[in-house]
Design a protein around this ligand. Structure first.
Ligand code: CDP
Ligand code: CDP
Length: 232
């Protein structure tokens, strides 16, 4: 019986986490879990419930939002309270508020519990900000992806250019870069489970790597660990 591990991939915005994690999971036959999508779903719920102003003055009220919350994955779709929100969670209004909602302790406690349940049987690749540090500090493989901020903004720009039919709707590169930096700072400076590299995480700068190369590198790290597990 093959031993299965947990692969934790953390790093700043647009460093290539989800692209890499999804491909590594495909190759190993593991389950990919996008924890950013879970935080985005809670944020969407806060916006749609009209609670944003209340939460900014009384953040403790977030527990009302979490009571009865259901977030789950169905193949490559994410479901919030039974509704498919895969596209809605990528909207700008969500990106603008997600770091604030993610900084609230009750939100983190609830998401961590759900994520630990999802990874219980191992055989998962999970990406986010605090997977190697807080959610699975015992993950056999921890990777911390980084890339030059200009490079990251350009990649996001290219992604938006492909998706959007109307070029006049595209934000400018400078705005994208500022949004990325603002979110990274908020995520790194928060009190609970801030974005940071676990001392044991292997850092990979993807600035000048291709997607295939960074996927190969993470897969071979995983295969080394699996080989050692089988022999030991
Ligand atoms: O847009 P991008 O793919 O870079 O971000 P994401 O992975 O979708 O995460 C969106 C936001 O969720 C982050 O900026 C964090 O504020 C929050 N997040 C978190 O706090 N902890 C995680 N494990 C994952 C995401
Ligand atoms: O999940 P995270 O926000 O860290 O990043 P991502 O959504 O996986 O990657 C951001 C964009 O960079 C995607 O369009 C990727 O296809 C692209 N990209 C990459 O991840 N790695 C490269 N070496 C080149 C481009």
């Amino acid at each position: 019986q093959e031993k299965r591990i947990i692969i934790a991939i953390d790093g700043p915005a647009a460093s290539g986490k989800s692209t890499t994690a999804r491909k590594v999971a495909d190759r190993l036959g593991y389950t990919y879990i996008d924890t950013g999508a879970m935080y985005r779903s809670v944020t969407l719920k806060a916006i749609e419930s009209g609670l944003m102003d209340t939460l900014r003055s009384s953040p403790e009220r977030v527990v009302d939002l979490l009571a009865g919350l259901s977030v789950c994955f169905s193949g490559d779709r994410i479901m919030l309270d039974g509704r498919d929100v895969t596209l809605a969670i990528r909207e700008n209004r969500v990106s603008r508020e997600v770091s604030f909602i993610s900084s609230l302790k009750p939100v983190r406690d609830t998401m961590r519990q759900m994520q630990q349940d999802m990874g219980r049987g191992r055989g998962v690749v999970m990406d986010g900000r605090d997977i190697g540090t807080v959610v699975f500090p015992d993950a056999e493989l921890k990777v911390f992806l980084t890339a030059d901020v200009r490079q990251r903004a350009m990649r996001r720009y290219a992604e938006l250019a492909v998706k959007s039919g109307d070029p006049s709707e595209l934000p400018c590169l400078e705005d994208l870069e500022r949004e990325i930096l603002d979110r990274d700072r908020a995520d790194a400076e928060r009190e609970h489970a801030p974005l940071k590299k676990h001392p044991d995480a292997r850092e990979l700068d993807t600035s000048s790597l291709t997607i295939d190369v960074q996927t190969d590198m993470v897969c071979s790290m995983a295969e080394d660990i699996l080989k050692k597990k089988q022999n030991g």
